[in-house]
Write a new protein. Structure first.
Length: 207
C-alpha cells in the first residue's frame, strides 16, 4: 500500500491537445489554466478530459492545439456552487508534462487511487443484462483535503463493490473516461453535459 499521501492518486495519460488555455484560478501567485485533451481508446472512440496546468509547466501564451502530450498528475475534484446547488467539477491536475513524438503510438490512460467508499454503491443491470455499480471514492490529499471521484464498476467488480459498506478502504486501478448525457431542466427542456468518471479495471479491498 502506498505510504506517501501524494501516491494515493496517480494519473498517466497521453493525448492530443484540443483547445487553448482558459484561466482558472491563482494560488500563492501561481496561475492555473485549463485545456481539453482528447485521449484515444482501444476502439475508434475517444475521451475528452479537462486538464488543469500551471503556467510554470507550459507557456500558456503558446498555441499547442493538435500537439500530442504526455501528462502525469492526479484526478482532482472541487465543488462549484451554481444557483441553488453544488456541482462536482473534475479535472486532471498536471504535475509533469512533455510533448510526445508523433511516432509514439502507445495509448496511455491509467489511474490508481487509494481511498474510501463514501456513498452506498448503486448497483443495476443494463437492458442487455450487464452488471454495473456506481461508487463515489474519497481520496485523501495533503493538508486535510480530499478528492471525491465517481467510479463505475462492471461485472464481478460491480457485484463485489455493491456489498462493501461506506467507509471501506479500497485500491482502484482503471482509466478516466468522459461520457455525454442529457440533463433535464424541468419545464425548460434539457441540455447535453459531459460526465467524467473512472472506469474500474481492478479493485482491491484493504482490511
Amino acid at each position: 500500500m502506498p505510504d506517501n499521501i501524494m501516491e494515493n492518486n496517480q494519473v498517466s495519460v497521453v493525448g492530443r491537445i484540443l483547445t487553448g488555455f482558459t484561466y482558472s484560478h491563482q494560488v500563492f501567485g501561481e496561475k492555473f489554466y485549463t485545456m481539453d485533451v482528447t485521449i484515444k481508446r482501444m476502439s475508434d472512440s475517444a475521451d475528452c478530459l479537462p486538464v488543469l496546468v500551471s503556467e510554470r509547466l507550459l507557456d500558456v501564451k503558446g498555441d499547442y492545439v493538435g500537439r500530442r502530450i504526455e501528462i502525469h498528475g492526479q484526478f482532482r475534484s472541487y465543488n462549484r456552487h451554481d444557483d441553488t446547488r453544488n456541482r462536482l467539477i473534475l479535472s486532471v491536475f498536471a504535475r509533469e508534462v512533455r510533448f510526445a513524438e508523433e511516432e509514439e503510438d502507445e495509448l496511455i490512460n491509467r489511474i490508481f487511487m487509494n481511498g474510501y467508499i463514501c456513498r452506498p454503491a448503486v448497483y443495476r443491470r443494463t437492458p442487455l443484462g450487464r452488471e454495473i455499480a456506481d461508487v463515489l471514492l474519497a481520496v485523501n490529499r495533503p493538508y486535510g483535503k480530499s478528492d471525491y471521484i465517481p467510479c463505475i464498476c462492471w461485472g464481478r467488480n460491480a457485484r463485489y463493490t455493491s456489498e462493501l459498506e461506506v467507509g471501506r478502504h479500497v485500491l482502484i486501478w482503471g482509466r478516466i473516461q468522459s461520457r455525454e448525457y442529457v440533463k433535464r431542466l424541468g419545464d425548460n427542456g434539457s441540455e447535453k453535459r459531459i460526465a467524467y468518471e473512472v472506469s474500474v479495471n481492478k479493485l482491491e479491498y484493504i482490511e
